[in-house]
Design a protein around this ligand. Structure first.
Ligand SMILES: Nc1ncnc2c1ncn2[C@@H]1O[C@H](COP(=O)(O)OP(=O)(O)OP(=O)(O)O)[C@@H](O)[C@H]1O
Ligand SMILES: [Mg+2]
Length: 268
């Protein structure tokens, strides 16, 4: 027992905004850091206390999703800045669900007006690669084999924006399931935020494969994962930081969103 206590925690990986600690063979502790980043890490700052707000937001969202039977890696809150989760092998993909045309969508579709509302939310996949600037994915293949065709995310799709073709990190069945889960997550959250008087414009989720081989929502869903606006169109998410607003203003928004997500408990 004593020996257990003295053992140093093993750090599996430290990213820009989180540290992943090993707890046992199938469980990790996910600790948020005070860091905030934009433009693929080129813009970077620390906001003291952001780790507590980010962790509270992620835990509120995961507790809500688990109650709606959307499978995630989340197990339980652990400390004010961390939660326990299932150890996953991450799939290097960002799944983005959009109700409104914003962000890189506008660069790929310059003919579509900003804030165009999609009647049915659209889903897009991006390959996580800093070197390739997180390219846009078009999936090709069948039940036996699938490939990801990669295109520049910030240019209209054309032969000029083609970057390459790689073999996918999951099966077609898993990809379809992940897309379905991402959509369901978006719709569930959008409905609650709507009810509370806010607009969820888009959402990014990541997936991992548990040690049991199941594909679940992993990483975090926090205030850096979405565009969340007031009814007046004011951003409560990381957008203000991207635009260079001062860190106190940014922190205030994270505090507001942390408070808002506390209300998710009433929808469980
Ligand atoms: N359940 C999990 N098991 C193992 N690793 C995880 C889990 N959830 C998230 N991770 C990984 O934790 C790492 C650290 O997170 P962080 O978001 O800080 O990294 P990052 O610097 O943004 O890099 P990335 O581009 O990979 O997200 C990421 O690589 C993420 O994929
Ligand atoms: Mg990350």
């Amino acid at each position: 027992m004593e020996e257990e206590k003295c053992k140093e925690k093993e750090k599996i990986v430290e990213g820009k905004t989180k540290i992943i600690w090993r707890v046992n063979a199938s469980t990790v502790e996910i600790e948020s850091k005070p860091d905030i980043t934009a433009r693929n890490g080129k813009k970077r700052d620390k906001i003291p206390g952001k780790e507590i707000l980010a962790n509270n937001i992620a835990c509120n969202v995961f507790e809500f999703l688990n109650s709606k039977r959307v499978k995630t890696h989340f197990i339980k809150r652990y400390s004010e800045k961390s939660f326990l989760a299932k150890l996953c092998e991450m799939v290097p993909v960002e799944v983005v669900v959009r109700r409104y045309a914003l962000g890189s969508y506008l660069k790929r579709h310059p003919e579509i007006p900003k804030f165009f509302r999609f009647k049915k939310p659209i889903v897009e996949l991006f390959y996580k690669s800093d070197k390739l600037r997180d390219p846009y994915i078009i999936t090709q293949g069948n039940q036996k084999r699938i490939d990801w065709i990669l295109y520049e995310a910030k240019e209209p799709l054309s032969t000029n924006s083609f970057l390459g073709r790689i073999s996918a990190s999951w099966s077609l069945k898993e990809e379809k399931l992940a897309i379905k889960k991402a959509k369901k997550t978006f719709i569930l959250l959008e409905r609650v935020f709507r009810d509370l008087g806010y607009i969820l414009a888009d959402l990014k989720v990541e997936f991992g494969r548990t040690t049991e081989g199941e594909i679940v929502i992993a990483d975090v869903i926090d205030n850096d994962s979405w565009r969340l606006l007031t009814e007046e169109g004011e951003h409560l998410d990381k957008q203000l930081y991207r635009e260079g607003k001062d860190l106190d203003t940014v922190r205030t928004k994270y505090e507001i969103v942390s408070q808002i997500t506390n209300s998710l408990k009433n929808y469980i």
